[in-house]
Design a protein around this ligand. Structure first.
Ligand SMILES: [Mn+2]
Length: 365
């Protein structure tokens, strides 16, 4: 396990590499070329520049989140061949720069969906939140406008204004695409790119849909144990793997998170670990990482990762906005740093307990 933090690049992120370097136990960043659009080829020069900037800070690039997938690939349009070729070129350029992990998602139109970006919690912190009632009452074309005022000036991943300006057209593109078609388009894409992944040892790590159910009538497929295992079997190559995101799979209370981790043994290449607090199955908010602040048993999640031999990058996920920080919602420094320290503490305890065969520490004195 390597503890990392997501970083959007110096042109976009309020958090600096120097600050990340000073979080104890964090040795890498998960980053991206944030200015690129889905379908663009990432050139070697830009990848190299990003890599040297990160290395100059004493950190390294542990993986990419994300190389986004063009809608032609998701909808299975004829132009997908060109966009798959572009994607393969990007993977090749990343592989040549010794980058071996790519997180991506396969959600139509909207990436993650939240109905509030700054819900106030009892301690005065603010968090992202979701209520089904608010989604049901909302015209999807107005989704962006309804939350954009709370973005603190940031461009949020998957919610780029130019993309949202075309929301109507995007919905039209997905008209004939049901869950089976979407699944077939995903396996088609993965089968095409696996040879490049094999050649450069690149682990593809699909991020779950967030929330883990259909919104606005759009198909969603990466939502539960059954579906993700089906994908692992459909393209049965270890480079076809998973980003295990507890906060996304966890939106559906039917998902048993430690059980899913065990079922995905060997295929989890990247982990996002965070906690949620539910007020009802249709109303949840993002809590602090601590088990006691939300509804997940974070110890059991980390223990399942440890026991299945997980050795990839892990990162605290969305944090609360605390201590008067102004940053992209979910991506401030302070609460993610607290999350990293907490997850590192859990890991140390689990690891030492296992290495000592469960014998209490005083036996070694
Ligand atoms: Mn996540």
């Amino acid at each position: 396990m390597e503890m990392t933090l997501r970083w959007y690049g110096s042109a976009f992120d309020t958090v600096t590499l120097k600050q990340i370097r000073q979080i104890p136990g964090v040795t890498g960043v998960i980053t991206t070329l944030y200015h690129t659009k889905p379908g663009d080829v990432w050139d070697s020069g830009s990848i190299r520049a990003l890599k040297s900037e990160v290395q100059a800070s004493g950190l390294h690039i542990s993986g990419i989140e994300s190389v986004n997938i063009h809608d032609a690939i998701k909808t299975g349009a004829p132009e997908r061949e060109q966009y798959i070729a572009n994607y393969m070129e990007t993977l090749e350029n990343l592989g040549k720069e010794d980058i071996h992990l790519v997180c991506y998602n396969f959600m139509p139109v909207f990436d993650w969906t939240r109905t509030e970006l700054a819900r106030v919690r009892p301690d005065g912190s603010t968090v992202l939140a979701y209520t089904k009632q608010a989604v049901d009452a909302l015209d999807p074309e107005k989704m962006f406008a309804s939350i954009s005022g709370d973005m603190n000036g940031a461009i949020m991943p998957g919610w780029e204004p130019e993309r949202m300006a075309q929301v109507k057209e995007l919905f039209a593109l997905y008209k004939g695409v049901d869950t089976e078609k979407l699944f077939a388009n995903l396996t088609y894409f993965l089968e095409k790119i696996m040879p490049v992944c094999d050649k450069y040892n690149i682990n593809m790590a699909i991020h779950p849909d967030d929330p883990a159910w259909s919104v606005f009538g759009l198909p969603r497929i990466i939502t539960c144990r059954q579906n993700i295992l089906r994908l692992m079997q459909a393209v049965d190559n270890p480079h076809n793997g998973v980003t295990f995101c507890s906060g996304s799979y966890g939106t559906n209370l039917n998902n048993d998170l430690p059980d899913m981790i065990r079922a995905l043994k060997g295929r989890i290449h990247f982990a996002h670990v965070r906690n949620l607090k539910f007020h009802s199955p249709d109303d949840f908010e993002e809590a602090a990482h601590l088990s006691s602040d939300g509804d997940f048993d974070m110890y059991e999640i980390m223990k399942a990762l440890y026991e299945t031999g997980f050795d990839g990058p892990i990162r605290p996920d969305h944090g609360r906005m605390i201590w008067d920080e102004t940053a992209m919602p979910g991506y401030g420094l302070y609460d993610r740093a607290l999350g990293a320290a907490y997850l590192n503490g859990l890991w140390e305890a689990i690891e030492k307990n296992a290495q000592r065969g469960g014998v209490s520490a005083h036996a070694f004195k």
